[in-house]
Write a protein that binds this ligand. Structure first.
Ligand code: GAL
Length: 384
């Protein structure tokens, strides 16, 4: 029996069972301080979840105080839970390097780490957005690390720009030739946007590999894994298929919403449909969330608009600012049917360690999925 299926004691002292009848569960309070088992606010920003052997693992960016906390001074932090309410600190899963020659030297940028398990190789594979130290956000690389155990330590393998020397699988023949620089085009004008939509940056980055900033991973029911990443100067989202061992790219990829300016991807599948939650691109500042749906991971993807409703009374922010948050992951709740939690970060770039988490249930209504503000809620909601 899996740990999340057995009866566990929530921090409130109420008895909870995930997978069976739930009596009372501990509340999730979006935006509050979330203490771990040591009473310390959870330090796992831009996070992702992995459900493995009855435990839920949360991997995220370990931040420190002050502006310097926006760079990786420590690494990727891991926590585990049986009930999504009480979290145990499992330490640093991937540590930054002291070696100035390493891509992940202390002071680089490591963001949005995601871990998946490969049943064939029995390895845990972590991918993350990597920016090389001292280069701002110009490197736009993705990094990969691997471990035999879920909590690590993960061994950094390498970083790269995806799909060098390969065209998107459905890239029109006519677009393979054409200008590969912005020469003669003024940024953000109609002709520039048209050129981006027609593959200008794909051609520019063809040789060296496509850009990869905000990213996530998604494993489909057949075990195939996909790497979603903000490419083309954050203008276009790319979906890149991973190799069977999840350690590299197969070279098959698609560009979705060309010049649509999507980042912060979070992907989930429900009743055979794929959903992609994203934000626009305004750095640490919140903007409206967007949801898209597709029957195949390769598309076509259809925009559904902003799924958010209601207002966060703490900051008076509603759908126009995603309640003050930015998407990072959507978790299908283990042991519950048709239960999905949308997870967002409330960034605090001046003091990143104080960044908050905003988790809300996704409701599936006749008008489509919606994410309604809730000041406090708990897992019992999924049993109603
Ligand atoms: C956001 C992105 C974050 C981080 C930030 C840096 O747009 O979603 O993960 O990269 O920019 O400004």
């Amino acid at each position: 029996m899996k740990a999340f299926q057995v009866i566990i004691m929530a921090m409130t002292g109420a008895w909870v069972t995930m997978g069976g009848a739930v009596t009372q569960a501990k509340d999730v309070v979006p935006g509050a301080l979330w203490p771990d088992n040591h009473g310390v606010h959870i330090n796992a920003h831009g996070g992702g979840m992995l459900v493995h052997d009855g435990l839920i693992y949360w991997f995220g960016e370990h931040k420190i105080q002050g502006r310097r906390g926006n760079t990786a001074q420590v690494g990727v932090h891991c926590y585990s839970s049986t009930d999504l309410a009480a979290w145990t600190d499992r330490g640093i899963a991937l540590a930054v390097s002291e070696d100035p020659g390493s891509d992940i030297v202390k002071g680089c940028v490591i963001e949005r780490p995601k871990v998946i398990y490969n049943a064939a190789t029995k390895k845990f594979v972590m991918w993350f957005h990597l920016e090389l130290r001292g280069q701002g956000y110009n490197a736009a690389r993705t990094g990969v690390a691997v471990s035999d155990t879920v909590t690590g330590p993960y061994r950094f393998i390498h970083s790269l720009r995806p799909n060098a020397g390969t065209w998107p699988y459905d890239f029109p023949e006519a677009q393979k030739t054409g200008p590969a620089t912005e020469e003669g085009l003024k940024g953000w004008t109609e002709p520039w946007l048209a050129a981006v939509k027609a593959g200008l940056f794909v051609r520019r980055d063809f040789k060296g590999g496509q850009m990869s900033r905000d990213m996530t991973l998604f494993v489909d029911d057949d075990g195939k894994a996909y790497h979603f990443h903000a490419a083309e100067e954050n203008l276009t989202m790319h979906i890149s298929e991973l190799s069977d061992d999840y350690l590299s790219f197969t070279g098959k990829y698609a560009c979705i919403f060309p010049a649509g300016h999507n980042e912060a991807p979070a992907v989930f599948k429900r009743k055979g449909k794929y959903y992609l939650l994203t934000s626009g691109c305004t750095g640490w500042a919140p903007n409206p969330a967007r949801l898209a749906v597709a029957d195949s991971i390769w598309g076509p993807w259809t925009a559904l608009g902003n799924p958010c409703q209601g207002v966060n009374p703490e900051n008076d922010l509603g759908p126009e600012k995603t309640f003050g948050g930015q998407s990072t992951y959507v978790l299908p709740v283990p042991g519950k049917s048709d239960a999905y939690i949308a997870m967002f970060d409330m960034w605090r770039p001046r003091d990143p360690i104080d960044g908050r988490y905003l988790w809300l249930p996704i409701e599936f209504t006749e008008r489509g999925p919606s994410i309604r503000w809730k000041t406090a809620w708990n897992l019992n909601l999924f049993d109603q």
